[in-house]
Design a protein around this ligand. Structure first.
Ligand SMILES: C[S@@+](CC[C@H](N)C(=O)[O-])C[C@H]1O[C@@H](n2cnc3c(N)ncnc32)[C@H](O)[C@@H]1O
Length: 228
């Protein structure tokens, strides 16, 4: 039987999962994330959820192939709705849009409870997700950018905040990413390109104040995260 490695994006998600905790992997698709963590004996068991039967069957088949199927409960459901409340304490949601991730969290508030850890890898709408986490009372306790398949992604780790979280425009864009990593610089470059494009668009529409605000934010991100 051939072994497999997670790609850098899912490997980073796996790194944030706490040792010995039961995992719920939402949108599991192929099931590789819980399978890898079980093979490495990092977690005792997992729930693997997907809204579509095809991916869930693939996850079951992969888990059986790698001999860990009996340690995974497979759930055909929307988000966390088919997983008993508090049955898992680490939740991974990778490869989905930020708005969908927020909807999943709103639909199952226990996921944002005391002692829970969320590991989120959004594909889109990342600033909206960071703001939404603040509004749900979740603090980003760690965040790291990663390159995979020629694209830079961010992985967010969030837990119940001990004090109110302030979500500034800079926080919305860059969260808890640290300037010490090359991947953060690449992420910052992508973000600033988007902000400058929006700023130019505003200029063309005569919205000069908004254009300046977006430009100022882009300049601040370059100064803090992308300056050589
Ligand atoms: C792009 S794949 C990501 C697979 C894997 N998590 C990864 O990052 O490689 C997204 C998966 O999420 C599933 N999905 C989409 N919306 C969902 C929802 N509301 N609840 C559960 N699964 C969902 C899709 O069926 C698909 O299998």
């Amino acid at each position: 039987m051939r072994e497999f490695e997670l790609d850098a994006r899912l490997a980073l998600c796996a790194d944030f999962v706490r040792e010995g905790r039961v995992l719920a992997d939402v949108g599991t698709d192929h099931g590789y994330l819980p399978i890898r963590l079980l093979l490495d004996q990092r977690i005792p068991s997992a729930f693997a959820a997907d809204i579509r039967p095809g991916p869930l069957s693939a996850a079951k088949e992969n888990a059986r192939r790698f001999g860990v199927a009996e340690k995974i409960t497979f759930c055909l459901c929307d988000g966390l709705t088919g997983i008993p409340q508090n049955a898992a304490c680490d939740v991974t949601i990778a490869g989905m849009g930020g708005e969908m991730i927020l909807k999943i969290l709103h639909d199952s508030p226990w996921a944002c409870g005391e002692g829970m850890r969320l590991i989120l890898q959004p594909m889109t709408m990342v600033p909206k997700l960071r703001r939404g986490l603040c509004e749900l009372g979740m603090a980003i306790t760690a965040e790291k950018a990663v390159m995979a398949a020629n694209r830079v992604y961010t992985v967010i780790c969030a837990e119940k905040a001990k004090e109110p979280v302030v979500c500034t425009p800079l926080w919305e864009q860059m969260g808890a990413l640290s300037p010490e990593y090359e991947e953060t610089r690449l992420y910052a470059e992508r973000i600033t390109a988007g902000l400058l494009a929006r700023s130019n668009g505003c200029l063309h529409e005569g919205k000069t104040e908004e254009a300046q605000q977006l430009k100022n934010l882009a300049d601040e991100i370059i100064r803090r995260y992308a300056a050589v």
